[in-house]
Design a protein around this ligand. Sequence first.
Ligand code: 13P
Length: 253
Amino acid sequence: MRKKIIAGNWKMNLTHSEGISLFSEIVNMVKDEKNGNQTVVICPPFIHINSLVQLSNGIVKIGAQNCHEALNGAFTGEISAKMIQSTGAEFVIIGHSERRQYFNESDELLTKKTISALQNNLTPLFCIGESLEQRNNGTYFEVLKNQLKALTAHLDATDFTKVVIAYEPIWAIGTGLTASAAQAQEVHAFIRSTLAEAYGEEIANQTSILYGGSCNAQNAAELFAQKDIDGGLIGGASLKSRDFTDIVKAFNF
Ligand code: 13P
């Protein structure tokens, strides 16, 4: 059975004390709502990670939002997968569109980061997604396929089974515009068929594919009811304990 995952991406928000208080609320609320089939993850800014791991009680897992591809060295300001893993965090977001766009992270670099995450026992939440222009000019399937292939060409099947894919259409991130359930399902099925070409049906069917992009308490249930949607990567709504918990609740089946 595929893992159902609800992950919150706090992005560059919240001071350390605000992060602790929001996370404490989330742990308290989620523990009554989550069932055994769900994995709930919060990805805070790096400086919060260590404190939140201590407060997580195994109820909510912790992830980072990025990692450097090297293990250590003279890379001022960077954090490695090994360092993240040493805190007790278990996940790392890789290839978020904000990193691809604002920090010029290439497919090649993202593959290196993914490999480093896997070597350090972190689960990569590997993001792909098309821009509004690519959606409108009909090239989005090709764009998504190329983003996926850039990764799958360098990962063997055993390694790939540890990767989670997140489909985040750029036009739906932080805009209040959401892909309709039918649009999201269409792309998720396409992602799964592309993975089947690379690794076969069995592995494709085991891969969790999350939807991200203005997912909220109102639209989550319909999105999660789609056959190929295995959870969500939640931005804005993960900054409110009630909204985030309602999203977890929407997937409690
Ligand atoms: P929003 O949910 O705020 O649209 O952000 C989605 C996202 O980028 C999650 O990584």
